[in-house]
Design a protein around this ligand. Sequence first.
Ligand SMILES: NC(=O)c1ccc[n+]([C@@H]2O[C@H](COP(=O)([O-])OP(=O)(O)OC[C@H]3O[C@@H](n4cnc5c(N)ncnc54)[C@H](O)[C@@H]3O)[C@@H](O)[C@H]2O)c1
Length: 485
Amino acid sequence: MPATSPPTRGFLKTKEIEGLIGGNRSSGISPPPLEISDPDSFSERNIIGSPSKSSSYTKSGWKSFVVERLSLRNMITKHKTLLLGILVLFLLALHNITHNEEEKLVAPITGEAYLTPNEFLNIRTAQPHESVLITGGLGFIGSHVVDLLLHRGFKVTILDDESNGHNHNSYVKNEMVPNDITVVTDFPQFQSPAEEKNNALDGYFTHVIHLAAAISVAESMTNPDKYEKVNYGGSQIVLDWIYNYNQALGSSSSTESNNSEDVDKYYIRKVVAASSAAIYGDPDPSLLPLQESAGYGGKSGYADTKYRMEGLMQDFVTKQNNNDEDAQSKYSTSAVALRFFNVYGPRQDPKNPYSGVISLFLERAMLGNDITILGDGEMTRDFIYVKDVARAIVLSMLQEEKDDDAASFAVYNVCTGKSITINTLATQIKTSMESNSEITHLEPRDGDIRDSQCNPTAAKKGIGFVSAVNQEGGLEKTARWFKET
Ligand SMILES: NC(=O)c1ccc[n+]([C@@H]2O[C@H](COP(=O)([O-])OP(=O)(O)OC[C@H]3O[C@@H](n4cnc5c(N)ncnc54)[C@H](O)[C@@H]3O)[C@@H](O)[C@H]2O)c1
């Protein structure tokens, strides 16, 4: 076929080949077109297939170039396995470097908690005046939130009655324990900036995280009064305290003795509270994966008090916004309720019968006891790692308001968006603990939820939260913690 023929399928024009292999135009002699049976498979192999053809049309550098390319190709073909091996080793090394980077512990600004970059992903450091009051800060989730806050340099004050018997944050300097959220006088008393001028930051808060609660679904059925008092009544007291705090600060800043610009910094702009996926109950499968708009389906006193706590938060915001003509209410607090799905991780107490299934299974696997599943084990759950939950809380806390003048209320699911069956979980736990435990099944428990699948998109959009620790990774970290403690 002449070199000037229009290109047809299966052929490359001379210039296209020159472009590909660097033909020497100055010689004035061009190699002929090469026939290629399948243009998609065009490669140097097609040229290697006809070396004599190439050389007979070549007088100068073009030939040597092709020969060099040919020998390189030959070498690659010959040592393909070896080169493939080197490539695999290189990729493994690269993966290890990235992985180790994620695992590298970073020193805290204050406190003692060393975290990996994934564990404080997208959380900024504190400004000097930022100070957080956290209820339930000694608990399983609360202690991880405290770690994260101290890591990022926030001043932290814990309000906890120690009723769950643990103190995971004994190194926190500003502890306020034991104190009860159901007792008004147990909260920090507001002092005017004038009274506080020698120790200006101590009586002030900029954010509140409310996690203190009675947490057993089963107990809430037998002792509903306790849940009414702590989860509903206690939450009302927390919100009233915030409202009164901002009111008092408002009056204080309007007095002549205080520099209002200075005082302005110290109002409480956000309260984040722990709600629960329990409020969805056992939803109709058509509602899965669950969005925040799915209606209330709770089946326990616990779920009921958490749902009504959300209502209190909505009322708290409405009350502030309706007060906007009042000069003293110029400091408003927005509210966020987070519906946690199944939280697991280090510090979860396996001795507590109401603890999550992961800590219970881990302990049984460690002791070599049977891992007992209630039912066929095909029910699904969305398990979220506790440090991810801590991050979701702090991201909500730091989310800037679009409209500074009005308070807002939002609800978000906190989950991974990926559910697994309890059977899969049990097998993963056996593997991670290198355990010989048997997996056994008993009759299902009445009222157990069949499928729990969560839609995490609202939290991603609203607070920029996406879980950073996958379930296998979180399980591995939790298993390590179990083995070490
Ligand atoms: N762990 C989960 O899977 C999960 C799931 C959904 C929601 N939540 C919610 O998250 C929050 C934290 O749960 P957790 O798992 O860390 O439980 P936790 O029991 O470890 O922590 C709760 C803390 O609140 C304290 N507390 C209880 N009553 C109090 C009171 N009257 N005054 C002051 N402090 C009090 C306890 O001493 C404890 O330190 C709770 O509100 C819980 O309902 C947890």
